[in-house]
Design a protein around this ligand. Structure first.
Ligand code: UDP
Length: 410
């Protein structure tokens, strides 16, 4: 059991700001809860309080702490300063031995900086993603680069991410290839759905209701750098594709940001086979994603999720920090030109490209990332050795994945 010199438990704070952080850290929280020597605090920063709380609830997790932010902090700088203040105050009220942050949000950087100021070691989950362009995605590329020199434990989801960190001079002994915890999250949610016949029936009835049993094209759009005419252009491509494929249902959960919903609704509200929905709970979203014939997205997380279900993806961005999905044949980077998006969507739907992806290897992980991370956080000497054979996943999967999972060897 991991105890410090005074024989008290190792206090670990898991900081969560947004929906993707909640989804990707939920498996880590569940894995850490199994460690008897850990005293865990799960804190919502207040960045996206409702979506993050709902996503955690899908995994049966309730936060221990929720921070109160200044509603008047309107700019990215003001929001960052406010988060840093709130997390620093929390660290005074609830001293910690380690902080865990994920990804590249304001919460992740503010958590890392607050840890740095308080002299508390910082672990970074999903470390090492890079586009090489500080302007895209903004501010995420800058935020994740700034976390790297502060953290003393870097959990790289892929070998490419690991190489990015080593190229920046990060000590190789602190960089661990774990896989992406989003694969663990998907396997857990799929198992939860499969194990609960009421949920499975509810989801199936709901899907029939919104799609009429038609094949599904799932669309998500939210990137800040696309707001305005770029987003309107992408929405126009979706409208035209839906016009060509009337026998498909285009399902689009609309991001609550008014800059997104305004553009999307103005172009797509009246298209008969486009279903504009409120943001979906994670279970519902995973269910639709697993059934989709095609996903069109600018989301980072969705690019990592689709390979678990063997669904082809069009990434409507100019660059991606998840090149592994492209190399492995799951994703195409179309840029934001409506003609290119339309042509690529038409090609995938005509070809029935989903069938071609069966049996391909998922480049993002094997569903054991959170177990590896929990072991590394608790400094277990067997952190990564033999994990495939002896460790239990967070929640055992009951269905075969659509694609093969890679083995992680370190
Ligand atoms: N997601 C969800 N409901 C939705 C849309 C997305 O639960 O209606 C999930 C999705 O599965 C993924 C995450 O939210 O795990 C992605 O969030 P988003 O696209 O907002 O952020 P990004 O990944 O681009 O940072």
């Amino acid at each position: 059991m991991l105890m410090d010199r005074n024989w008290r438990k190792h206090r670990i704070l898991v900081m969560i700001g947004t929906r993707p952080e909640a989804i990707k850290l939920a498996p880590v929280v569940l894995a850490l809860r199994r460690e008897p020597g850990v005293q865990l605090t799960v804190c919502l920063s207040g960045q996206h309080p409702v979506m993050a709380r709902d996503a955690l609830a899908s995994f049966g997790i309730a936060p221990d702490e929720e921070l109160a932010l200044d509603p008047g902090a309107a700019t990215a700088g003001a929001r960052f300063t406010d988060l840093h203040r709130a997390i620093s105050e929390l660290l005074i009220r609830l001293p910690q031995d380690r902080i865990v942050v994920q990804g590249d949000t304001s919460t992740a950087l503010a958590g890392a900086m607050a840890g740095f100021h308080a002299g508390i070691p910082v672990a970074h989950v999903e470390a090492g993603l890079r586009t090489g362009n500080l302007a895209g995605p903004w501010p995420e590329e800058g935020y994740r680069r700034m976390i790297a020199p502060i953290a003393d434990l870097h959990f790289a989801p892929t070998d490419c991410a690991r190489q990015n960190l080593l190229a920046e001079g990060i000590d190789p002994g602190t960089v661990h290839l774990t896989g992406n915890t989003v694969v663990d999250a998907l396997i857990a949610i799929r198992a939860m759905i499969a194990q609960n016949s009421e949920t499975a029936l509810r989801l199936d009835t709901w899907r029939q209701g919104i799609t009429g049993g038609k094949p599904i094209v799932l669309v998500t759009l939210h990137r800040r750098e696309s707001h305005g005419s770029v987003l309107t252009g992408v929405a126009t491509a979706i409208r035209d594709l839906a016009g060509e494929f009337r026998d498909h249902a285009f399902v689009l959960p609309v991001h609550p940001n008014p800059a997104v919903s305004g553009s999307v609704r103005s172009v797509l509200a009246d298209v008969p086979n486009v279903c504009l929905l409120d943001p979906l709970g994670y279970e519902d979203f995973v269910f639709v994603m697993s059934a989709a014939s095609l996903i069109i997205t600018d989301s980072g997380g969705v690019q990592e999720e689709a390979p678990t279900f063997g669904v082809p993806i069009l990434v409507v961005r100019n660059e991606s920090e998840r090149g592994e999905a492209i190399t492995a044949g799951f994703a195409q980077l179309t840029g934001t030109d409506p003609e290119r998006i339309l042509a690529a969507g038409r090609d995938i739907l005509k070809r029935g490209a989903k069938a071609e992806l069966r049996g391909k290897v998922n480049p993002f992980g094997d569903g054991m990332a959170a177990v590896r991370i929990a072991r590394l956080l608790t400094a277990r000497s067997d952190a990564t050795a033999g994990i495939e054979s002896e460790a239990e996943p967070i929640i055992a999967a009951t269905a075969e994945p659509g694609v093969d999972m890679p083995r992680f060897v370190q």
